[in-house]
Design a protein. Structure first.
Length: 344
């Protein structure tokens, strides 16, 4: 089992300065690098202070100057917002600028809030179709002289400029959930990222079953699969209880953004009342404690051992949580010092 960090800047109130949030983000990434994690992942989001990440390539190029060994991954670029030639070129340039450390995660996106602003009228189905047309073109554009006539893009022979530093180009990862998306990723030779969100072990098992089924129907080499999960390594039971409460609040806000029904001003969604959070039974703290990777170091080890036994190759510590920087740093430190050594 390999380990990585999944992180963004996240701003919950207007009084939080962006420059301090970025320093906090850099500090967590340096800790991941110095602690021996394989990779750092950061994504793409627009107009949302909840997740601040307008261009992951910019963040990763800067991270290359603050870290030494860790791989640097997009987790993920939103394919419908990119032209394939532009995506191939910017990814190749980022690979060059990071010294060949880039990994390219690609997804269809999740928030209708973003769709209606960047691609008005596009729904999740069209976003998925655009992703499926775009992703296979990227390695072809890196190879060079790729011409294409598709449903969404048409262009004469084109080549990524620059070419990636990595000989075969950065590894490509596809965010997958349903069986068809697993099949698409595996059959194109891409690695797979899965995110069970708040849904617990049953969903983690189902996602692995879908991956295994896709691999069984494919003659090529077996790609890697990464599990992205909210994680908190607690100092004691009371600390774990507090973390579950904080993650409950996070997921209530996540759901509000996803539903796209509340007013948004200055990039901040209208504040949820305590009664709304308390009334959200699905996201109740006891469910977070049960279904997320939250607990003392030994409890977290035991949970990740189960994921490893299922066949996951990489476990990505999703640190976005609305917690203070100090709590995030303490949890990540315990993960590096007390959890990772149990996996050799």
């Amino acid at each position: 089992m390999e380990f990585s960090l999944f992180a963004h800047m996240e701003r919950l109130t207007p009084d939080q300065p962006h420059d301090q949030l970025y320093e906090d983000f850099l500090s967590l990434c340096r800790l991941a690098d110095e602690g021996g994690m394989r990779a750092i992942w950061t994504g793409e989001h627009h107009g949302m202070e909840f997740t601040i990440a307008p261009n992951p390539f910019m963040s990763l190029v800067d991270l290359a100057h603050h870290t030494k060994n860790v791989r640097l991954g997009t987790g993920t670029v939103i394919a419908p917002f990119w032209h394939p030639i532009k995506l191939a070129g910017e990814a190749a340039a980022a690979d060059l600028m990071t010294g060949g450390r880039l990994e390219l995660g690609i997804a269809r996106g999740a928030y209708s809030y973003e769709y209606e602003r960047l691609m008005p009228g596009m729904d999740a189905w069209e976003a998925g179709q655009r992703m499926r047309e775009t992703a296979p073109l990227i390695p072809k554009l890196w190879q060079g002289d790729c011409a294409h006539e598709g449903a969404y893009f048409q262009f004469p022979a084109s080549t990524s400029a620059p070419k990636p530093l990595q000989e075969s180009g950065p590894p490509i990862w596809i965010a997958a959930r349903d069986p068809k998306s697993h099949e698409f990723g595996v059959h194109n030779g891409f690695n797979i990222q899965v995110t069970p969100l708040w849904q617990g072990l049953e969903e983690i098992e189902t996602l692995m079953e879908r991956f295994n089924a896709a691999c069984a129907g494919h003659d090529g080499p077996r790609p890697k699969i990464m599990l992205l999960h909210h994680t908190y390594v607690a100092s004691d039971l009371d600390d774990a209880t507090l973390a579950a409460q904080e993650l409950s609040r996070f997921y209530c806000y996540f759901g509000a953004w996803f539903q796209n029904k509340r007013p948004v001003r200055q990039g901040l969604i209208e504040e949820l009342g305590d009664h709304e959070i308390a009334g959200n039974a699905m996201m109740a703290p006891e469910n977070m404690a049960r279904d997320l990777t939250v607990g003392t170091a030994q409890e977290v080890i035991d949970r990740i051992k189960r994921y490893e036994d299922l066949g996951y190759d990489e476990y990505s510590f999703w640190i976005d949580s609305g917690m203070s920087f100090e709590r995030k740093k303490a949890s990540l430190t315990r993960f590096i010092e007390d959890v990772m050594p149990a996996f050799g």
